[in-house]
Design a protein around this ligand. Structure first.
Ligand code: 4SX
Ligand code: FE2
Length: 336
């Protein structure tokens, strides 16, 4: 590996962009049902955030011809980190562009790169501050989402993704592995279990967006609301307690099939010597602490991603052993 210039100082995962085929339908799901706050909308785009978020948005929903994921946005510490990001991706041989302030609504200048894993990543250092809604309990609805917590991406080579994000200064919190292979890994910049996680699979694809809620109650509440409205098909996995991260969770699918997770009560990872938790791929509690089976679609389905020209990225098939073919496969309850 050639030596690289200093990496940008990344603060946290901050927003994602999803292309949706029917914006009105997406609005009913994300705003009316889940309760996201609208910071801005017009006939082709929606900028949404959670109730705690003090940057302009956590999620951009843009009308497009096909369901796909656009850029994943990272907050960097200072303006100089934008130039560091440009130099870093240039040294990696990645296509990169610098967008003027306001090109992404509500943000200052943005550096957008095609990263070595094939994802579009945005870096920004400044944002408009929308109205503080933390204590507007009267407005809270749906899943009462607080903010974006993490991206989960499908990659054909998990150790390669782990090395690339280690270079960007991310810490490793947990893995699923055996003595031959790392099947999945969770990495962080902010002081939680993760800002990004890797699921082994054909990639690049976006596996899911994780949104933080304050209480397990919010996870149960959105499930109850979904049941009441007879929309139960959008609940894909859970609710449950993760082994990895110890978070309480549910996975939902939006009308375009994009997956999101409502995620709450993981733990602090900010100490410099924070120890890695390594789960055996044979431990049936690793993905669901109560041992509930993981539905196959959760492992196999994910959103395509776009390149800088707005074209769908071709995927590379999994280059390592599939997690579900070894140990506790997650597709069925383990034999007793
Ligand atoms: O399924 S896992 O328990 O490994 C898991 C999946 C843990 C944390 C997550 O955010 C996740 O999406
Ligand atoms: Fe997640």
């Amino acid at each position: 590996m050639p030596s690289l210039p200093p990496a940008p100082d990344i603060v946290r995962s901050a927003y994602a962009t999803l292309m949706v085929t029917d914006l009105a339908q997406a609005r009913r799901f994300w705003v009316d049902l889940l309760g996201f706050v609208v910071t801005y909308e017009d006939s082709s785009v929606l900028y949404l955030r959670g109730f705690d978020e003090l940057t302009h948005h956590n999620l951009i929903l843009a009308a497009g011809p096909a369901a796909a994921a656009g850029a994943l946005g990272y907050r960097v510490r200072s303006f100089d980190d934008l130039a560091r990001a440009q130099a870093y991706y240039a040294a990696l041989g990645c296509r990169c562009e610098r967008l003027p302030a306001g090109a992404v609504r509500g943000l200052g200048e943005v550096v957008r790169a095609e990263d070595p894993l094939g994802f579009l990543v945005d870096f920004f250092d400044s944002s408009d501050h929308p109205e503080r809604l933390q204590q507007r309990y009267d407005l809270r609805r749906g899943a009462e989402v607080a903010r974006l917590d993490h991206f989960n991406v499908c990659v054909p080579d998990v150790p390669l993704a782990q090395r690339y994000y280690t270079g960007l200064g991310f810490g490793l919190s947990e893995t699923i592995e055996d003595d031959r292979c790392v099947y999945a890994a969770w990495m962080y910049r902010k002081q939680t279990v993760h800002d990004v996680a890797f699921t082994g699979g054909a990639g690049p694809r976006l596996h899911h967006l994780g949104f933080f809620a304050h209480e397990p109650h919010s996870v149960l509440r959105i499930c109850d609301i979904i049941g009441s409205l007879h929309l139960e098909d959008c609940i894909e996995r859970g609710p449950g307690r993760h082994g990895v991260s110890n978070a309480f969770y549910v996975y939902l699918r939006d009308p375009d099939g994009h997956r999101l997770e409502i995620y709450t009560s993981d733990y602090y990872t900010g100490d410099p010597d924070h120890p890695v938790l390594r789960w055996s791929v044979r431990d049936p509690r690793r993905r669901d602490f109560w041992g509930n089976a993981v539905i196959p679609s959760w492992y196999s389905e994910a959103s395509p991603v776009l390149d800088l020209d707005g074209r769908v990225r071709p995927v590379t098939e999994l280059a390592q052993t599939a997690e579900v073919t070894v140990g506790a496969d997650g597709f069925t309850a383990p034999a007793r």
